[in-house]
Design a protein around this ligand. Structure first.
Ligand code: SF4
Length: 328
């Protein structure tokens, strides 16, 4: 469904005074490759600022990549433009974290949901009645009702607004949804209901999800596979169960340790000291080396490549590929 190869997004850094151009580059996403199969739920997890939201937007060309390639449904969309890009975009939609920010405050719920149907002329030029029927159907599908179509976003609760965002995203029958922290702004009970709605929709419509979340319990509940991201790079990939039961990369082990401790699958929590490195012109070597308890000379000198491990995980770590001996 989605194949991403060596994707990068670099920005010019801003920070050397008002009138001098800063030559440094922010490497928000740096050489990321992965795929999402049809009907699969792939979660991208990592600390805030690791580049996971940027990755989600790049994957469906809401942001222009600096380099790399993206195939969506078998079509190379890396440099598609105009009508061709608009058409292929019907295949992939996004649900944002903040439903309030992503809905026009002056547009009724019905008009917001009808918008993608109208601009993509899915019901011919002026078939208002068919569009209205489809809007009602979508509202019901996400657990709202026809009366909500006349409301404005501020008249709804956070959970209801997010349901409107979901209705708008599925209106064009996409094959892939990018879900960018879609429950992070909701209270716990609304979170559970919206996650269950995502599960039902996925089962019924067979959509694939690229599910971006900082919340490991959400990833554990939703994902078939998990991609762990650190400082703009993927550090480990694997099936959900395998990753939660036996994370291999030192960063994944630390990130998952609190969740594993809570569920009794670990005896102690690993506390990560320090902060992630700056994404501005990062130093050579493994980006995790400043926080990794196993870091050695090779980690500071050479960047580890993503390699397939014997248990099916992928990991980028010299320790796991035998280039570094475990200390202690
Ligand atoms: Fe730690 Fe080295 Fe592995 Fe990076 S490559 S995670 S620094 S052991």
């Amino acid at each position: 469904m989605l194949q991403v190869e060596n994707l990068t997004k670099h920005y010019p850094a801003r920070g050397r005074g008002l009138f001098t151009r800063d030559p440094r580059r922010v490497r928000a996403v740096d050489g990321v490759s992965f795929e999402v199969k049809a009907g699969e739920v792939v979660a991208v997890v990592g600390e805030s600022g690791c580049g996971k939201s940027t990755l989600g937007r790049l994957a469906i060309r809401l942001l222009e990549p600096t380099s790399g390639s993206i195939r969506l449904g078998g079509t190379d969309i890396t440099s598609l433009k105009g009508e061709a890009l608009r058409e292929i975009r019907l295949t992939a939609q996004i649900v944002f974290q903040d439903p309030f920010g992503s809905l026009n405050p002056r547009m009724t719920v019905g008009a917001s949901i009808a918008y993608p149907l109208r601009v993509n002329r899915l019901f011919g030029r002026a078939d208002g009645a068919a569009i209205a029927r489809r809007v009602d159907e979508l509202l019901e599908r996400v657990g709202l009702n026809a009366a909500h179509a006349r409301r404005l976003p501020h008249e709804l609760s956070g959970g209801q607004r997010q349901r409107v965002g979901i209705a708008r995203a599925i209106a064009v029958n996409p094959k892939l949804l990018v879900l960018d922290e879609p429950v992070a702004a909701l209270d716990l009970s609304a979170q559970a209901r919206v996650l269950n709605l995502f599960k039902e929709l996925q089962r019924e419509m067979g959509m694939a999800y690229l599910f971006i979340t900082h919340d490991l319990s959400v990833a554990e509940y939703m994902a078939d596979r998990i991609l762990v991201m650190y400082a703009g790079k993927l550090v480990e990939t694997g099936g959900r169960l395998a990753l939660f039961q036996a994370p291999r990369h030192p960063y994944t082990q630390a990130l998952f340790s609190a969740a594993m401790l809570r569920s009794g699958r670990a005896s102690e929590e690993t506390i990560l000291e320090g902060d992630p490195p700056s994404p501005i012109d990062p130093l050579p070597g493994c980006r995790f080396n400043t926080r990794c308890p196993h870091a050695g000379e090779v980690c500071r000198a050479a960047e580890p490549a993503m390699s397939a491990l014997d248990d099916g995980h992928g990991a980028a770590c010299h320790l796991l590929t035998g280039k570094l001996r475990r200390s202690g």
